[in-house]
Write a protein that binds this ligand. Structure first.
Ligand SMILES: Cc1ncc(COP(=O)(O)O)c(C=O)c1O
Length: 416
């Protein structure tokens, strides 16, 4: 796994940054440690949603009147900013309702059309269900067409990285795509995209779930050398119902739209639908988009850019190391795979653990009473039993060491 010290000493002041997020003014006692699920929203994002609805509410790009054309331009400008943020070209980025929609699109817009009888997909069942289930769904759909695809699974080692040997042993000439995660949402580790690309070679497509990396660390689609990259907007300060799917230009011509509607460039003809979309964005988006959400994502990206991803990564890593150092001394603690086991020098804001003395569900209720919000349970993965269920603390730029100290004080009271 990759978990070395971030390359930067750039810093930020979380106390100052908190002033950008009204939730902390409304709830001064709130300790929000569930950022891997969704982040809090800053004023700039909320103002943009309000501005759209109160000052210029119209549909985008459908009418010739000024508001509609201006909104269309604003969406395309946002697409360019978000694409630049991940090192991509705007035409290769489609806006979606979130990572779940993006990941399902990969299966349905690419897999449905391209997979043949006997083809294989590789995935890890300890990844998020949104990255796993679309392939089982597709397998069932293809079975109704008389095609059998095989899903080969690879495991996670005790420390939290993927079992690369099992990938190497199982990849075959029939492997068409490997689905994987960038930063794991429970274990908080960088899951080694480059090593996996090396193993599977260029022929196998890689679908990367970047829900916990985009907006947290620098993500560059070209450097990652993957084929699909899915991410959530709402985990990086935009409103819920926002996200994106980037498609590598090398596969764009093998896609079929998952949905079609008013703005789709498609005409029914005798021989079938004549699809005339210019690019991925046009191909994958149909119907009225979440205009307010998309505009809010642009504002979220601007805010992150103004703070600096290096500073965010460094701050969050610092918090993770600090949290680990404090948790280590608590009696009965059992760490999930991740920093707690591999003892990395740096982290990505996610730390999962449980205690011998109390179930993680009960512990989350105790913490809730202290206004400390953490996640408990299986975290949308296929945990084999409760020994694979954990409390997860997930942090972002506004979290502080003082909040960690308060968490530890409550934990000491329960298990100490
Ligand atoms: C790794 C991972 N993938 C996918 C998702 C689903 O994202 P969304 O809520 O944007 O659909 C999540 C959300 O928790 C996640 O952590």
């Amino acid at each position: 796994m990759h978990c070395s010290t971030p390359k930067t000493s750039a810093s930020l002041d979380p106390a100052l940054l908190r002033a950008n997020f009204p939730i902390f003014g409304n709830h001064p006692d709130l300790i929000y440690f569930d950022n891997a699920s969704t982040s809090q929203k800053p004023f700039v994002v909320l103002d943009e949603v309000c501005r759209y609805h109160t000052e210029q509410c119209a549909n985008a790009g459908r009418a010739a009147y000024s508001w509609s054309t201006q909104l269309d331009r604003a969406i395309e400008d946002t697409r360019a900013r978000v694409a630049k943020f991940i090192g991509a070209n705007a035409e290769d980025l489609a806006f979606t309702s979130g990572a779940t929609e993006s990941l399902n699109m990969v299966a349905l817009a690419w897999g449905l059309l391209n997979l043949q009888d006997g083809d294989e997909i590789m995935l890890c069942q300890r990844d998020h269900k949104s990255a796993v289930l679309p392939w089982y769904n597709l397998k069932d759909i293809l079975a109704t067409q008389g095609k059998t695809i095989h899903i080969k699974t690879f495991a996670i080692h005790e420390v939290g990285d993927y079992d690369l040997k099992s990938i190497k042993d199982q990849v075959s000439p029939r492997t068409r795509l490997l689905a994987m995660t960038h930063i794991h949402h429970v274990f908080g580790l960088d899951m080694e995209v480059a090593e996996i690309r090396e193993i599977v070679g260029d022929r196998v497509l890689i679908s990367l779930d970047a829900s916990q990396s985009v907006g947290h660390i620098k993500v560059d689609v070209a450097a990652l050398n993957v084929d699909f990259l899915s991410f959530s907007g709402h985990k990086m300060f935009a409103t819920t119902g926002t996200g994106g799917l980037w498609v590598n230009p090398r596969v764009k011509d093998s896609l079929r739209p998952m949905k079609l509607g008013g703005k789709s460039e498609a005409t029914p003809e005798a021989g079938g639908l004549n699809l005339k979309h210019k690019n991925t964005a046009e191909l994958l988006e149909a119907g009225t988009q979440n205009i307010a959400g998309i505009l809010s994502l642009g504002k979220a990206v601007d805010l992150i850019d103004s703070i600096g991803l290096d500073a965010i990564e460094s701050h969050v890593s610092d918090l993770t190391v600090y949290l680990y150092g404090k948790l280590l001394n608590l009696p009965g603690i059992i760490f999930a795979p991740g920093m707690g086991i591999c003892r990395c020098e740096a982290g990505f804001g996610i730390m999962s653990f449980r205690f011998e003395q109390i179930s993680n569900l009960d512990l989350s209720f105790v913490l809730d009473e202290e206004n400390i919000f953490v996640r408990s349970g299986d975290h949308c993965t296929y945990a084999r039993d409760t020994s694979e269920e954990y409390i997860r603390v997930s942090m972002h730029l506004y979290n502080t060491k003082d909040e960690i100290d308060q968490l530890i004080a409550v934990l000491e009271g329960v298990v100490g």
